[in-house]
Design a protein around this ligand. Structure first.
Ligand SMILES: *Cc1c(COP(=O)(O)O)cnc(C)c1O
Length: 387
């Protein structure tokens, strides 16, 4: 956990490129060393004057990476976890059995599954609503009972948006907290805390790291209130901490966050526009298209880009979608998102029975390759699937 430094005169892009500019005091190394010690010397008088006692809660490399994220999210504190799921479940486990929570009916599948099964078994009362519809959220709130509203925007895999400002207002009106999975938006394109959200969650595995080589999760908070303190103690006691090597890799990834996500979002927008007019594509789902039902909200809520995630629905249904993925040569046929390499995935078959994902949908994560190559490859794959 890290406290945010006082406001810097430098921009987020500058601070991030230099990972907050910290220089090693003795060697003057520009890149800080990785701290791997699991334990720290205790003073002769039994005090711990360094403030570092034991490696599970206390690691300098982890704190350095947390400081970069806290800066991006304009948070008073940030915490890294061993995965996105560890970060998300730490928020729900800070509630009490019997508490009511509202979550999106279409959201990251693994977390939705956990909410429908283990979270309910543990005692949470979970309502799923269409979070694109603020009236549906309002109707689901139970004054006195609802303790948390969980939002994901843009949400997997249809990329519908939630109006964070309105959702935060209605949530706070019943005395609950609101948390948002902002993995797809990234801290570059949306600033949830400035819109009234209490806690931001990231699967840092995705765009924050950006190179498909670290599993990590993160939370950032506006206030270090009692609820946040329970989350801090959950991380310490459940032990879902990030290792120092992963924290270092994540910090290295975040140095190029701004460059990568702008490049990938530009590519995603270009592909979304071009495939909207493709003979073998029935529909393109992307918040940056004027045809998106929440385009006006996307323009208001997202800053400088609409993200790197889009989906296409193949003409010819599920068989055509699967054949298209099979024909791909440059894109990588894989799950996950937010890396520098572009990924394509037939989403319904990975989510399995009961998924709200249409069977003809291909989920695309745009990377930073040449957009002409990405277009040409998907174009040939679609055409071959329709031969
Ligand atoms: C990947 C992902 C998660 C889970 O993160 P892990 O690091 O895989 O545990 C949560 N939410 C979203 C939107 C994701 O894409």
């Amino acid at each position: 956990m890290v406290e945010t430094q006082k406001k810097s005169r430098w921009s987020k892009k500058s601070l991030s490129a230099q990972a907050m500019g910290k220089i090693d005091a003795r060697t003057k190394a520009v890149v800080p060393p990785i701290h791997i010690s699991t334990t720290y010397i205790r003073d002769a008088d039994n005090a711990y004057s360094s403030g570092f006692i034991y490696g599970r809660p206390d690691n300098e490399t982890v704190r350095e990476a947390e400081a970069v994220l806290a800066m991006w999210e304009e948070a008073s504190s940030a915490l890294l976890f061993s995965s996105g799921m560890a970060a998300a479940t730490a928020v729900f486990m800070a509630l009490r059995p019997g508490d009511h929570v509202v979550a999106p009916s279409v959201m990251y599948w693994a977390l939705r599954n956990w909410l429908m099964t283990d979270a309910v078994a543990w005692g949470l009362d979970v309502s799923f609503v269409d979070m694109a519809n603020i009236d549906a959220l309002r109707g689901a709130l139970k004054p006195g009972k609802t303790k948390l509203v969980w939002v994901e925007t843009p949400s997997n895999p249809l990329w519908s948006l939630t109006d964070l400002e309105a959702a935060a207002d209605w949530t706070h009106a019943v005395g609950a907290k609101i948390a948002v999975d902002s993995t797809v938006a990234t801290p570059v394109f949306t600033r949830p805390l400035s819109l009234g959200v209490d806690i931001v969650m990231h699967a840092a595995t995705k765009s924050l790291n950006g190179h498909s080589d670290v599993i990590a999760g993160a939370l950032a908070t506006k206030d270090q209130n009692a609820f946040w303190q329970r989350i801090v103690s959950n991380r310490k006691n459940f032990g879902a901490v990030l290792g120092p090597f992963e924290a270092f890799l994540l910090m290295r990834g975040m140095r190029t966050l701004d460059l990568r996500v702008h490049a990938a979002a530009k590519t995603a927008l270009d592909l979304a526009q071009r495939f909207s007019n493709h003979q073998h594509v029935a529909e393109v789902l992307y918040p940056g298209l004027p045809s998106h039902p929440q385009y006006a909200l996307a323009q208001r809520q997202m800053i400088g880009g609409f993200g790197h995630m889009l989906s296409i629905r193949a003409r010819g249904g599920e068989a055509a979608a699967i054949a298209t993925a099979a024909n791909i040569q440059l894109w990588k046929r894989a799950t996950s998102l937010g890396g520098v390499e572009s990924l394509i995935e037939h989403r319904a078959s990975i989510e399995g029975p009961g998924t709200p994902c249409p069977p003809d949908l291909l989920r695309l994560s745009a990377g930073i390759e040449d957009v002409e190559d990405l277009y040409a490859d998907l174009d040939q794959a679609l055409k071959k699937a329709h031969k």
